[in-house]
Write a new protein. Structure first.
Length: 520
């Protein structure tokens, strides 16, 4: 697409020459195709996927929804963070082992007879731990996706036969990580896990308690009442996993588990089509549920590993200082609820159409209000949207044009540039669709400018189509929620391995309300 080429050329020009690019956003001198209202993102572009997955890092909800992670991000666990490890004996692990950030999760592994009790170790970090985070439901031990990125790092290929080989995987990851002084690996299923390479490095024992046990034998699986699904839909079990589901839900949404501080300036993404071009044909004509890393070429595996290793060798702090996570969420916050409202209004077909039209127009106008210049007025031709190009441009560039000033732009790392592109592409598409809807509303006579009034029915149909296509493309995890909202004694839950038995329930999980407590 033309606009994308302009973007890329601009980025390249900036990095290569450091020349100012202020003229680029001066609409008077911009090439007209740059603000073409019909220029959609190319089908194979991944900016929206990078945008959504970066916005979701360390949050359990979106990573339970799309289990197959595509990002690997270095991070730090700050001093004073408690980590928990439940076990069946009182020995400190002498090998790489599992810890959780919430005690509820570790307690599920605190195992011992009811006569002797069980053991729960609490560690506290004494220096910042260097960790590497795999996004997605990377601790879900099922084949076909969630473990792909770890396999690539541990073994240089995806090895389905070793899906359950946790000890080997962790040992090999730790061995590989030694050269970068990595202390552990962060993964997520219900809850965050930190796989620690050495229980004596950077951590000390805060307590090692012999707790009341819930009667499970050492090492064995949690005992279940015979014949009963531990998690009947719309219910919670008395087995204790409900407490994990609950503690996990505290980190469901942004900002997620804040005990891990990620360095986005060193993020590696398998959605990066320059780094990993071999996955483009594998995603083509597939649904997002099925996107995974399998099928990646050996050449791209080498490129990913060499990028990752070079990022891990870099000292921290060589980045622009831009808070990308906040910037992404500024965009999400500004549009998520309003787009959702527009879709809702347009979906209520039984409503009186002129009223719906005005309500939708009002929502669209609020989104664009900061960009609607006093000097603009519609051109004569009804189908010509070009008079509104400055609004499209301002909407698209306001949050990011400062990044392109040479001093700042030159400091962007490779990963920051990737996130910047993803953000620009995503924001641009929102602005294109919303501005076009607004212009169509003006043409239909919904504002003070007078123009021929089109029949509202066809306008509503075209708006409905556009908003649905946009929101399906964005596919923001914030829109996946229980509707109607759950009652006070319930919480909204996405079926996740290992609950709800049949695998089909986790394949395209739909949110549902489950009880937190038994009925009174
Ligand atoms: C939840 O499960 C328990 C045990 O099976 C049952 O007694 C209770 O009625 C269930 N509650 C709901 C709301 O289904
Ligand atoms: C998208 O990728 C597919 C598969 O590689 C390719 O056949 C197609 O031409 C690409 N389309 C565009 C518009 O780049
Ligand atoms: C649109 O309305 C139908 C019928 O009321 C409903 O089933 C559907 O979930 C709605 N879609 C959206 C996206 O809200």
């Amino acid at each position: 697409m033309a606009w994308r080429i302009v973007y890329l050329l601009n980025l390249l020009a900036l990095t290569a020459t450091g020349q100012p690019s202020q003229t680029r956003f001066n609409y008077a001198s911009s090439p007209s195709e740059e603000w073409d209202f019909n220029a959609k993102p190319s089908i194979n572009n991944t900016g929206h996927l990078i945008f959504d997955t970066v916005s979701a890092l360390l949050q359990h909800w979106p990573n339970s929804r799309y289990r197959n992670g595509h990002n690997i991000v270095p991070g730090l666990v700050p001093v004073g963070t408690l980590l928990y490890h439940g076990r069946g004996d009182s020995n400190l692990p002498a090998e790489p082992q599992w810890t959780s950030t919430d005690p509820e999760h570790a307690y599920r592994f605190c195992r011992g007879g009811s006569d002797v009790g069980c053991w729960q170790l609490t560690l506290v970090t004494t220096r910042p731990l260097n960790v590497l985070y795999f996004d997605g439901a990377s601790a879900v031990k099922i084949r076909d996706g969630p473990m792909d990125s770890q396999d690539i790092v541990a073994w240089g290929r995806i090895v389905p036969e070793w899906t359950g080989s946790e000890r080997k995987r962790l040992q090999d990851l730790c061995m590989w990580g030694q050269q970068f002084s990595l202390d552990g690996f962060v993964r997520c299923r219900l809850s965050s896990e930190i796989m620690l390479c050495d229980f004596t490095e950077g951590v000390q024992v805060a307590s090692f308690l012999n707790l009341v046990s819930h009667g499970r034998g050492p090492g064995g699986p949690p005992r279940r009442p015979p014949g009963r699904n531990p998690f009947p839909p719309s219910n919670v079990s008395s087995m204790g996993w409900d407490t994990v589901v609950q503690s996990s839900s505290w980190h469901n949404r942004y900002p997620g588990d804040t005990r891990i501080h990620l360095d986005l300036s060193r993020l590696i993404s398998f959605y990066d089509t320059s780094l990993v071009p071999s996955l483009i044909p594998h995603r083509f004509n597939q649904e997002r549920w099925d996107y995974r890393i399998a099928g990646i070429s050996d050449k791209d595996i080498k490129a990913v590993l060499s990028s990752l290793e070079s990022e891990l060798r870099k000292p921290q702090g060589g980045s622009s200082g831009i808070d990308w996570m906040t910037l992404i969420h500024v965009i999400v916050d500004r549009y998520a609820e309003r787009l959702d409202m527009v879709r809702y209004l347009l979906n209520s077909t039984e409503h009186d159409t002129p009223t719906t039209t005005k309500l939708v127009y009002a929502q669209v106008e609020i989104m664009l209000q900061p960009y609607i210049l006093h000097s603009l007025s519609p051109s004569a031709g009804q189908d010509d949207y070009s008079w509104a190009a400055p609004i499209f441009r301002l909407c698209t560039t306001t949050h990011t044009s400062y990044i392109e000033v040479p001093l700042l732009s030159a400091r962007l790392t490779y990963s920051e540039r990737l996130i910047f592109q993803a953000l620009s592409e995503t924001n641009r598409e929102i602005c294109r669709v919303v501005t076009r809807m607004w212009v169509q509303g003006i043409s239909a006579g919904l504002e003070k400018y007078s123009s021929p009034v089109s029949p509202f029915g066809s306008l509503l149909e075209s708006w409905k189509h556009d908003i649905n296509v946009l929101m399906d493309w964005l596919d923001w995890n914030v829109w996946v929620m229980c509707r109607p909202a759950c009652a006070f004694e319930e919480h909204c839950y996405l079926p996740t391995w290992p609950f709800f038995g049949p695998r089909k329930d986790w394949e395209r999980p739909q949110p549902r309300c489950i009880r937190k407590v038994e009925p009174l």
